[in-house]
Design a protein around this ligand. Structure first.
Ligand code: CA
Length: 234
């Protein structure tokens, strides 16, 4: 089954927000709505989205500010700005901040749909970064990790370690490789095997605890491997 495209709509006018949600859901998109930039920002970091529809005039932080912060954080999600102001300056400003497209209110719904389809096509070509193992998804663009749709908080080192293991999924990764590539520790005069083991143990707790299928495995005497295994091989 194809994964449903997930759209986040950040719009403070309830009538328009509801109309967008209903209309997009009719087109088989999955839609989440936030009424403020703060709420939108929170949702963006707690779930996975394929497209952001962002109103410019919002209570609190404006859509422009939200957009600028997203791009500063390296988030590459396609962004369609919605605004009531039709000025060239605004349009240029929004695009300069990293918006992918721009729609001026009031707009016709079919036009919105056409823009959405175009952005998703474009996004699909560029979106190569995300990797998965079983129900674990990691997104290097935003250094975020989800298991079964739930965001998992990792330290910077734990994230680096996990990304390395996932990039090598299905292959055994030795402590020497981790020391060299994750810890950038080239001098083997100071072995850091204990440090690595502690981090792997902590990572395993965060990734695997409470899940039937374990993903992080120890290969005794060799190192570690990330893979999805049927229970009988654990
Ligand atoms: Ca508004």
């Amino acid at each position: 089954m194809r994964k449903q495209v997930h759209i986040l709509v950040v719009e403070d006018e309830p009538k328009l927000a509801n109309a967008l949600k209903d209309g997009l859901e009719n087109e088989k998109y999955r839609v989440s709505v936030a009424a403020s930039g703060e709420e939108g920002f929170y949702l963006l970091h707690s779930d996975q989205f394929d497209l952001l529809m962002l109103d410019v005039m919002l209570p609190g932080r404006s859509g422009f500010e939200i957009l600028a912060r997203l791009r500063q954080n390296g988030m590459k999600i396609p962004v369609l700005l919605l605004t009531a102001r039709d000025s060239v300056d605004d349009r240029v400003y929004g695009l300069d901040l990293g918006a992918d497209d721009y729609l001026v209110k009031p707009f016709a719904f079919p036009e919105l749909l056409a823009r959405v389809r175009a952005l998703l096509r474009r996004g699909g070509q560029e979106k190569t970064g995300r990797m998965s193992v079983g129900d674990l998804v990691i997104d290097p663009a935003v250094r975020s990790v989800w298991r079964n749709g739930q965001l998992i908080e990792l330290t910077a080192r734990e994230y680096d370690l996990l990304e390395y293991l996932v990039r090598n999924q299905g292959s055994v990764v030795s402590r020497e490789m981790l020391a060299r590539d994750v810890w950038k520790e080239t001098a083997r005069a100071t072995p850091i095997d204990n440090v690595i083991d502690v981090h792997v143990a902590r990572l395993r707790r965060k990734i695997d605890d409470g899940f039937e299928r374990k993903l992080v495995h120890t290969v005794r005497g060799v190192g570690f491997i990330v893979r999805e295994e049927p229970e009988c091989f654990r």
